[in-house]
Design a protein around this ligand. Sequence first.
Ligand SMILES: NC(=O)c1ccc[n+]([C@@H]2O[C@H](COP(=O)([O-])OP(=O)(O)OC[C@H]3O[C@@H](n4cnc5c(N)ncnc54)[C@H](OP(=O)(O)O)[C@@H]3O)[C@@H](O)[C@H]2O)c1
Length: 348
Amino acid sequence: MVERLNLTDDYSISRVINGCWQLSVGHSIKSQLDKEDIMKAFTMLVERGFTTFDCADIYTGAEEFLGEFSERLKQITSINDKQIQIHTKYVPDKDKLGNIKFEDTKTIITRSLTRLKKDTLDLVQFHWWDYEADGMLDTLAHLERLKEEGYIRNLALTNFDTEHIAMIQAANFKIVSCQTQYSLLDRRPEKGFVDYCQAQGITQLCYGTLAGGLISERYIGVDDVDPDNRSQVKYKQIIEEGIGWDNYQNVLVILKTIADKHKVDLPQVAVRYILDRKGVGATIIGTRSSRHVLANEKIFSFKLDDDDISKIELFLAKTKILAGDCYELERSDPKFKSIIKTNLNKEK
Ligand SMILES: NC(=O)c1ccc[n+]([C@@H]2O[C@H](COP(=O)([O-])OP(=O)(O)OC[C@H]3O[C@@H](n4cnc5c(N)ncnc54)[C@H](OP(=O)(O)O)[C@@H]3O)[C@@H](O)[C@H]2O)c1
């Protein structure tokens, strides 16, 4: 059974969310997507209880794809669109920050509703590229107003740090969750961010738990990787700047030993470990084919015991944690910044 979580009293999600960045134009570098196979994967996932999806206004083509999927789901199953949850994001272009009017926000939110073929957005995650730019709280207030007007059901954040989430809390917004990178390779949230959010009732929805597929048996013994897609470009950088390639290889071997003991696959151990961390509500796993659907069901078929957890933690305690708070390197370090696209709303 896929575990579920009540994010609020009347809003429940699956604890593994189907991530849709992988569907966006430009995510793939080498491999091609098979649209029919992804429709099949999504149907299989929903039928098995993975009912929650994650996309964004800037994942070009993903909201439209999910809109089409919801329609198709009604036609080919007895499941209707009220039984699935679709989380999107509001990521104003960096060029526009400081000059965003209510009508600009409303245009983007209405566009998401049209693309997703919905009357209300289940959950909108707000991203802000630059803390130095004016208008962060004012723009969040636009979303709050749209929530009051019925366009949005739940308000959430993505890629914030402790200082700025505290600023948002001080302004009395009702934030239910924050989407944060949190994995065996990126433990920045443990520096204080998760504790703060937990105390405030803000749940973590975590990405990066499989490092774009690099956390897999497939990469044991591999000296280097030529990234297949933009996730892998990003997580290769996280490995190199953080625990380093040798320790990444050591982590894979530890995970493989634990996976063999529980008769599951290595990625399921990596996801289970993060799902069991305090403050974590769900992990988001990128879906770009039907290949892993059955494997991902196994995440809920076993428990990690104390011995497994101490094996992982004793090893991680000897490795480097990335510098700064959540998403700080991505905002400040030229190497990290250089691989991030910040004006995607302009793209068709
Ligand atoms: N807020 C943000 O800034 C942000 C940033 C990144 C991602 N996200 C969200 O998080 C989602 C996840 O993206 P991510 O980049 O972090 O990728 P990820 O979930 O760490 O990795 C996804 C890849 O893992 C592989 N995989 C999935 N299940 C597997 C299994 N059971 N066994 C082995 N491999 C498996 C697949 O690779 P193959 O297809 O190669 O096998 C898949 O494409 C995105 O779709 C998006 O919704 C948000």
